[in-house]
Design a protein around this ligand. Structure first.
Ligand code: SF4
Length: 567
């Protein structure tokens, strides 16, 4: 069951004919509005746990002259399905895809195929116009650019509505798609395939790095990752700069919502449960006050990301008494050297103190994230991991203080290192499939010695496919077409593809190599990333983003990129 926040969103009411006089035959059936399909290429449960596209929904829903319908991926149908009136996707003149992960690329191709839309934009003369937005557009959209008419690079609050209005007026006035693309070509954040101009990321921020209107749920549902939760954005971006993490660079500078604005959102929407979204939430100075405020109002809460160094016995007791039963912490590198190399701030002494408290307070489960396959990882790192796991188990038992119960299960989750654009490790070679599988086995064996430690790891093969899509270029589009034809069987598609996956994955890139994503300007400059790549190998840490406005700091290049308060 989906609860629509009617008070804020007037859904499914047929609005009166808009003020815009239209000359487009057929516009009458849409009430003189531009029909827009908002497409999320993953299942509804994930869509409703993602705020980006819901922010776009809110922005357009507030506007006159748009008819919005949401589409979510349906695994059985291998197609997206309307969550509204079941209108066929191809009937929408403007189709907006939300691209959040590389995994969306194949579902995008499948969606075009299932709706008889030619894969190459160059073979679609007239409407619909197919565009994409979302984080992938300011990381590396180039593997799927051949099927798109344009992309919006950046945060939708800062300019997307302007573009949508322009397209609406042109479509309603009967203009051809080509004309619309010509007219929006210079708009903020708009990248038209083939354009040689660099497109700058659109950043939404008020002075002082404030998120004036933090994103929040437009739809609340029982069928989401954050069940029945009204999601609110506490911050955007991260100030730590871990060298493997793309979010630490493509969302710079870090911005914070104001406590009073978040309280107003809760008062306005009166949710029973709130999901706090953001990075390193335990760094937020108002976190405890906000959670106490929610608790006083008997509003349950969950936290999307916490850090061990932000936890202590008192705060853990508060979380436990507030109904939190499981915690997730990121360890990342499997050894102190690797954690230093990736610039991960990780105080082992404090971490084990926290584990002891978590055990003593009998949280049901603790999930620990590790990364396997980081450049330079060797036998010595695995010896360090062995020591770490031994101490983890000891600490867990100590926390139980002779009682039968403590943390029932510690879930060890290993992901494979995938070099990502716009990070200092974008020049790195990826580990081989055999290497990653061998390391996974070794990690599993180490965990098997300890009762209550449950190990799981990503597929090495799938991680390498992600690695190819993550640093791919337009040549990878052909591989996506082959994979779609092969029913998602990547091995078969790779045998038919003219490209060489090894060229993308198995070599350390020279520092002067031109990347497809160099056609974007996300703010962080390449020299800064090169310095950080060098510091990776010298295991030197870099201090967190200072609490300054970028122009005053000027360390990573962000000072060059304008920020906007939205339109
Ligand atoms: S310029 Fe300075 S404050 Fe701004 S994002 Fe870069 S490091 Fe952080």
């Amino acid at each position: 069951m989906i609860f629509v926040l009617k008070k804020r969103i007037k859904l499914m009411t047929v609005k009166p004919e808009s003020a815009v006089h239209h000359h487009r035959p057929g516009a009458r059936e849409w009430g003189g509005r531009l029909p827009v399909a908002l497409v999320f290429l993953e299942e509804k449960s994930l869509a409703l746990s993602t705020l980006g596209w819901q922010a776009v929904y809110r922005q357009l829903d507030k506007e006159e002259g748009f008819y919005l319908e949401r589409f979510f991926w349906n695994r059985k149908e291998k197609n997206v399905v309307s969550a509204g009136f079941g209108t066929e996707l191809s009937r929408f003149p403007l189709i907006c895809f939300s691209l959040n992960f590389e995994g969306d690329f194949l579902n995008l191709i499948r969606t075009l195929h299932a709706n008889s839309l030619p894969a190459y934009a160059s073979r679609r003369e007239g409407w619909p116009a197919l565009m994409a937005g979302g984080p992938i557009t300011f990381i590396n959209p180039f593997p799927v650019l051949p099927c798109l008419d344009f992309i919006y690079v950046g945060e939708s609050e800062n300019g997307f509505t302007q573009t949508a209005r322009k397209i609406k007026n042109l479509w309603l006035s009967g203009a051809e798609k080509r004309k619309a693309l010509e007219d929006i070509a210079g708009f903020p954040g708009i990248h038209i395939p083939g354009s040689i101009e660099k497109t700058s990321r659109q950043i939404y921020s008020a002075p002082g790095r404030i998120l004036e209107k933090p994103a929040c749920s437009a739809f609340v549902s029982h069928q989401t990752v954050f069940r029945d939760s009204f999601l609110v954005e506490v911050n955007r971006g991260c100030h730590y700069g871990c060298r493997f993490c793309v979010a630490g660079f493509v969302y710079r500078p870090r911005r914070m919502a104001r406590l009073d604005d978040l309280k107003d959102l809760i008062i306005e929407n009166r949710p029973g449960k709130v999901g706090l979204m953001g990075t390193a939430l335990t760094d937020w100075k108002d976190l405890r006050e906000f959670l106490e405020w929610l608790k006083e109002r008997k509003i349950k809460f969950s936290l999307s990301s916490i850090r061990a160094d932000g936890l202590n016995e008192d705060f853990l007791k508060f979380l436990r008494s507030s109904g939190i039963r499981s915690l997730t912490l990121a360890v990342e590198g499997i050894s102190p050297d690797l954690r230093k190399a990736v610039n991960k701030r990780f105080d082992e002494q404090n971490f084990f103190e926290v584990v002891k408290s978590i055990s003593a307070l009998r949280f049901n489960s603790l999930k620990l994230y590790f990364i396997l396959g980081l450049p330079g990882e060797d036998e010595h790192d695995f010896q360090e991991l062995e020591v770490f796991l031994e101490r983890l188990q000891q600490t867990r038992l100590e926390g139980m203080r002779g009682r039968r119960k403590g943390i029932e299960v510690v879930r060890i989750s290993a992901s494979m290192f995938v070099p990502k654009p716009w990070t200092p490790l974008q020049w790195a070679a990826m580990d081989t499939q055999e290497g990653l599988e061998r390391k996974s086995r070794a990690f599993r064996v180490l965990c098997a010695d300890y009762k209550g430690l449950k190990f799981s790891a990503e597929s090495a093969f799938q991680a390498r496919i992600q690695g190819l899509l993550s640093r791919g270029d337009e040549r990878v589009f052909d591989l996506l077409l082959l994979a779609e034809k092969a029913g998602g069987k990547w091995k078969k598609a790779l045998t038919e593809w003219s490209g060489d996956i090894s060229d993308y994955l198995d070599r350390t890139r020279p520092l002067d190599e031109k990347f497809p994503w160099d056609r974007l300007d996300i703010g962080v400059n390449k020299d800064y990333l090169r310095r950080e790549w060098d510091r990776y190998w010298r295991k030197l840490s870099t201090t967190v983003c200072p609490d300054l406005d970028c122009p005053e700091c000027g360390r990573c290049g962000m000072e060059e990129l304008p920020v906007g308060r939205g339109i």
